[in-house]
Design a protein around this ligand. Structure first.
Ligand code: FES
Length: 160
């Protein structure tokens, strides 16, 4: 369970990224890049600094699937389920991944893994495509996934 940010820490986080010319989107990206998610405590200082309503800031964070309001799992798998990848067997791969990890797609994170569906990673010619902890992988087979996932799991246990 993550501790909430103090008001002072939230103010400092926003101050560091709300530089001249920064937009709400660029600040949200910068905060998420730094902390792994957008802590809810930054909504109020962001709204004040950008002269927006808290509802506008909150609405932007929740509208874009990319932004997280809670820390990510230790291993995040994003599987492309758009047309090109579907034509190359991504749905069978999805079933395999769920079996291998014991997790379900798009249902939050259980244990230390989160499985997310995404719709095109810009690697259509190399389908099926996925990311594991932000690193893109192409022409993924069930065997390749097992290797990549198990390596990510070993790495996360080493760094935990
Ligand atoms: S459809 Fe899967 S990467 Fe484009």
């Amino acid at each position: 369970m993550t501790q909430p940010l103090s008001a002072a820490a939230a103010e400092e986080l926003v101050r560091r990224h709300a530089v001249q010319g920064a937009t709400l989107m660029t600040i949200l990206h910068a905060i998420q890049d730094e902390t792994g998610f957008v802590p809810p405590e930054v909504v109020q200082p962001l709204a004040r600094v950008l002269t927006l309503s808290r509802a506008e800031v909150h609405g932007t964070i929740t509208y874009y699937h990319h932004f997280r309001s809670a820390p990510p799992a230790r291993i995040t798998v994003q599987l492309c389920r758009a047309e090109a990848c579907r034509s190359m067997g991504t749905e069978a791969l999805k079933d395999h991944i769920e079996g291998h990890t014991g997790c379900r797609f798009d249902s939050g994170h259980a244990e230390d893994t989160e499985l997310e569906s995404v719709y095109c990673l810009g690697q259509c010619a190399l389908s099926p495509s996925m990311t594991i902890n932000g690193e893109i992988h192409a022409k993924v087979t069930p065997q390749k996934f097992d290797r990549l996932y198990d390596a990510a799991k070993d790495k996360s246990e080493v760094t935990a």
